[in-house]
Ligand binder design. Sequence first.
Ligand SMILES: [Mn+2]
Length: 450
Amino acid sequence: MKPIMVIGHKNPDVDSVAAAISYKIYKQTTDQGLYIAAAAGEINEETSFILDYLDFEPPALVRNVRNTVEDLLDDHDTITVGTDMTLAELGNLMRSNDLKTVPVLDPKGRLLGLITIGDLAMIFMDNLAITRDVSRAPEILRELLSRRVTEVMITRDLVLFEKDELVEEARKQMLATRYRNYPVVDESNVFLGFISRHNLLEMKRKQLILVDHNERKQAVDGVEEAEILEIVDHHRVGDLQTISPIYFHNEPVGSTCTLIAEKFLTDHMALGASLAGLLLSGIISDTMIFKSPTTTAKDRNIAQQLQEIAGLDPLDWGKQIFSHAINTENQSDEELITSDLKEYNSGSLVFAISQLETIDAKRMASRRGDLLKSLEELAQRRGYAFVCLMVTDILEEATELLIAGEKSHLVKSAFGPQEEGGGIFLKGVLSRKKQVVPVLYEALTRQNFM
Ligand SMILES: [Mn+2]
């Protein structure tokens, strides 16, 4: 059985990783299924710090959920043979197991060649046909039956697949050839099984539960090929479509971890100190220690209960988390911009907003010019109509908005006058989701970009 993946958004932040890990635990406990927690990208410094401190395994790094050849393999084992088997033994094995194709493996399980029932028949027929003297047939047969499989197996021009190849590629090759079975190997040529056209029809898509996002642009690559089973989120409703009705819990609170913690608490499920600490970290990080306007009474209430179980003081713990986040000195401009970049769609227009949370925005001021240049390059390269970087000072409770891209005038018209340095200073703005994204969408609607 393949595990169901609980996965957060690209450029994973604390909330999306904490939500993936905790919801995986919740599902595994309530559902008995097989689940794994995954991240759609490298986790950031503050997340690593939290996971280390609270003693959690990092989530599996999953950059792509497209179907690969490995997904086509079914569970039952394939009968294989070693190099020293004779054709007499092979004949018995194939007859008693009704085998049409048999892989020959070396002692380490690596694929050496294939023997098919058709090839075998041809060998017998060819050899017997050489003699006109029927009385010699038993002798020829005896010689044939004592041959080793390695002498007769096909080793050249095999159509085989590596497990990581995309199903779409394999499908093309399978349609262009007409074999019954195609061997699948790993990167060291170890045989994993056979696939056939039948498996293409039976293919099961990867199953996902999305946490902390619901827009396609923010989801792991290949999400359109996967089956979404559930979504737990606290963002605006985006553009993902599902085939069947799903459980979709979306609530305008400060963090996805609030919603997951609530499930644990209302179900009276055991919540250890570490897990409570992890959930609290998601809330503190997403609400910027309850300063963001996205913070709700529910976030405070749930965090209160979590902090008692975890034995952590939100302010102290929050400062520790953010001090790990604010290690900006040794990061390049590009890294600073892309580490928390989110993409959005509006009609045919694609734009992106990044956010940098710091406790000392003044230190960033000297890099403003370089950051703007990098933003401009990024907009060009990725075809963004505009890209914004929010440099947010958590303690000052203010954001400086840096903007680049061909249509940056749209942002400027929405947020008002620019400062001399090229940014727009926004007092009281902390939240991308609540104070920037909706304003931009409204501006785009006004200008008919929806
Ligand atoms: Mn979140």
